[in-house]
Design a protein around this ligand. Structure first.
Ligand code: C2E
Ligand code: CA
Ligand code: CA
Length: 691
């Protein structure tokens, strides 16, 4: 098929080239005709006094007439707008009639005007040669025409000279031998000229063909480029769309379409920013919990629960889609859904704490009208807890914690009231935090940290591809403390930097040791905090650790969360780290807000689907959709995808069916001490589930 199309393509080019050459030839006729008429004027001048004037002028007029008709013929031809199929009859007439006539007339001067004067003879021969060269060049784009013109010019002289030579006829006093010699010379000259014309013709044709092939190739390349550009555009749009879907689903509740807690954290962050940047205003966080939801679900089923939450959500959306005006101030209510019975509302800005009841009233007003379900009328009540920025906390975590403490108070009071947080609501937790913080300072020095390792299983090979190193604080009196309790404290006072270094160093040494013990190719994943990336010498630190432990960089994977990885000032550092040969995983994927452009900022090797989505796989359609879409997205951008927090067979089955690459979770193993790991997994081989 390919050969066939190549052949037809070549034929096509040959035809186009032939047509082009023929057209060129027709243009040459006009130039040659004019030159002929002018050039032939030399003849009467050269032969002045040597031949009869009437003979010379008769010769000249025949030649001029033939050339003029030739020119007219060619002009008519140009105006007639020839097509490739019509060109050849015209050309044949020209080749086989005009050219022979004109060239023979020219050749006649060698016969008609033989002179005894050698100088004149020489002039004539030079003129004949010049004419021959002109004819040769003029007809070079048409080889047949070249041959005919060369023969036409030379034949009269050759026949005449050979005849005279052979019959010993001395012409104009010339020696018969000289005539024979001239005749033979003309024959040789004809052969040489024909050969040169052939070479010239082939060269011209070849250069035309090459030009056409070039043009053709360029066109093809251009088309291909256009096609590729189009494909890239389509792919980018496709990817952007799927990422938009993932991001939307990750930030919204599917049932009610209200923003979820992830988006709430964004709202709070931006409220904190605008509060500090603008005019130090306050804002409030309200946790608004429906009191009767559990009873409704128990009595009427999940369906009723879903319906109630949907109706209340619609009322919230309608009531707060625009800011509410209080005494010339417009106040925004951003309503989000945290659980199936709890809304969290950001009220921004707040100017006076004393008038807060007035701001909470519209929230309770939502429940004034009862909800109808299958002929039943359900009257709902709610409890609310409120905290304020900056009075109660400077960040989302503390504001939410204090609002939920206040909510507890409301519930303890019997519900259907709101409580504003005050320090007497709760301060035990805070003093615990302060105590922990002071102990953390000496923990690294006292060797109180240990690493546990959790295996990551490849569903393709059924082997342990990697382990995640997870730090624990083994306090002599408080016992084992898990990272959720101390990592944020360590980040806040900077201890995370030396701690992170210790983690990387210890994990690399452990992996090196395991390689030597037979766990060939095992990789280690290490979590990296944003504070570590902000340190200028992070790249050198990693290089040092690679050098001292002797572990090759391809066995180390760094885990970064989206918010850490895609900050403007960390991108160049991450690129440098990548250039060392380490791989990079995006941790807790789906909980941040990566745009597609972010995913392209540097080469990512893995997406880790957050365990919150895996946990809810069986019960929550949103989570199911997020997991499925994240796997599809990872396949599209060609990175591997890992699901963490896999605890049971059902989750594993779902992930296996959706072609997730890697699995991590209690189903295989919790994080364990290194000495236990070696014993437990020496001969591990996972068999995929079969139905
Ligand atoms: P992460 O990176 O998302 O780590 C996974 C967490 O999920 C670990 O909690 C692990 O014990 C837990 N996990 C594993 N499988 C399951 C499962 O099947 N079900 C459930 N419910 N949980 C599972 P861990 O060890 O408490 O770590 C919590 C977080 O602390 C980590 O989350 C990570 O963000 C941070 N962290 C841990 N070690 C380090 C460290 O060395 N450096 C830094 N910067 N952060 C660390
Ligand atoms: Ca991690
Ligand atoms: Ca994670």
């Amino acid at each position: 098929m390919a050969i066939e199309s190549y052949a037809s393509h070549t034929i096509d080019i040959e035809q186009r080239v032939d047509f082009e050459l023929n057209e060129m030839q027709l243009k040459m006729i006009i130039i040659a005709g004019v030159l002929n008429i002018i050039g032939a004027l030399l003849v009467p001048w050269i032969l002045k006094g040597q031949a009869s004037l009437s003979l010379i002028f008769t010769w000249y007029f025949i030649l001029a007439f033939l050339n003029l008709s030739n020119i007219c013929f060619s002009l008519a031809f140009q105006f007639a707008k020839i097509t490739p199929d019509k060109i050849s009859p015209w050309l044949n007439a020209y080749r086989f009639f005009f050219i022979p006539c004109v060239s023979v007339i020219w050749g006649m001067i060698g016969v008609l005007f033989t002179s005894a004067d050698l100088i004149h003879q020489l002039y004539l021969i030079i003129l004949l040669l010049a004419v021959l060269v002109c004819f040769g060049l003029g007809t070079i784009s048409d080889f047949k025409a070249s041959i005919i013109s060369i023969c036409g010019v030379l034949l009269p002289s050759i026949i005449f000279r050979l005849y005279a030579g052979l019959n010993s006829i001395g012409t104009a006093g010339h020696d018969p031998h000289l005539n024979l010699g001239i005749g033979v010379c003309f024959i040789l000259l004809g052969i040489c000229l024909s050969a040169s014309c052939y070479v010239g013709y082939r060269l011209i044709k070849k250069s035309f063909v090459l030009t056409y092939v070039n043009i053709d190739l360029n066109k093809k390349l251009e088309n291909m480029n256009k096609f590729l550009e189009q494909r890239v555009k389509e792919r980018t749009i496709e990817l952007e769309d799927s990422l938009k879907v993932v991001t939307y689903q990750a930030t919204h509740d599917l049932l009610t379409d209200l923003p979820n807690k992830r988006l709430l954290l964004e709202y709070i962050d931006s409220a904190v920013n605008s509060a500090t940047n603008n005019n130090h205003h306050m804002f409030g966080i309200v946790i608004f919990s429906l009191n009767e939801m559990e009873k409704i679900i128990d009595g009427l089923g999940h369906h009723a629960g879903d319906l109630v939450i949907k109706i209340i959500s619609e009322r919230f959306k309608k009531a707060f889609d625009k800011p509410i005006i209080y005494q010339f101030h417009s106040i925004n209510y951003k309503v989000t859904l945290s659980r199936k019975d709890t809304f969290i509302i950001l009220i921004d800005p707040i100017f006076e704490l004393t008038k807060i009841e007035e701001k909470l009233a519209p929230l309770f007003a939502i429940l004034d009208e009862p909800v109808n379900f299958e002929k039943q009328t359900i009257k709902l009540t709610a409890s609310a807890g409120v905290s304020f920025y900056p009075k109660d906390g400077m960040d989302a975590e503390s504001l939410l914690m204090y609002a939920s403490t206040a909510l507890m108070h409301s519930k303890q009071q019997g519900g259907n009231i709101s409580t504003v947080y005050t320090s007497d609501n709760h301060n035990v937790e805070i003093s615990k935090q302060i105590e922990l913080e002071s102990k953390l300072h000496n923990a690294l020095k006292n060797n109180e940290f240990i690493l546990q390792y959790q295996p990551i299983v490849s569903l393709k090979t059924g082997t342990i591809a990697c382990v995640e190193a997870l730090v624990r604080w083994k306090h002599p009196t408080l016992g084992m403390i898990y990272p959720d309790k101390f990592i944020s404290l360590a980040e806040a006072d900077g201890i995370i930097v030396p701690l992170g270094e210790w983690v990387l160093q210890t994990a690399c040494s452990q992996i090196k040791k395991w390689h030597e013990e037979g766990f060939y190719g095992l990789k280690v994943a290490v979590n990296l905090s944003s504070k570590q990336l902000q340190k200028k010498n992070i790249v050198e630190t990693i290089e040092d650790i690679l050098r001292t432990t002797g572990l090759a960089p391809e066995f180390i994977e760094l885990e970064l969360t989206e918010s850490v990885a895609f900050q403007k000032d960390t991108i160049s550092i991450i690129k440098k780290i990548k250039s060392l040969g380490l791989s990079l995983a995006i941790d807790d994927f789906g909980t941040g807000y990566s745009g597609l452009s972010n995913l392209k900022l540097f080469e990512i090797d893995k997406l880790k689907i957050d365990k919150s989505f895996v946990r809810d796989l069986e019960t929550n359609d949103d989570s199911k959709a997020i997991v499925t879409n994240t796997i599809a997205l990872a396949k599209k951008i060609n990175v591997s995808v890992l699901a963490e927090g896999v605890e049971n067979k059902e989750q594993l089955k779902f992930l296996q069916e959706h072609h997730c690459d890697l699995i991590q979770g209690y189903y295989f193993s919790p994080p364990i001490d290194p000495d236990v790991f070696a014993d437990k997994f020496k001969n591990f081989k996972f068999k995929p589930l079969v139905n």
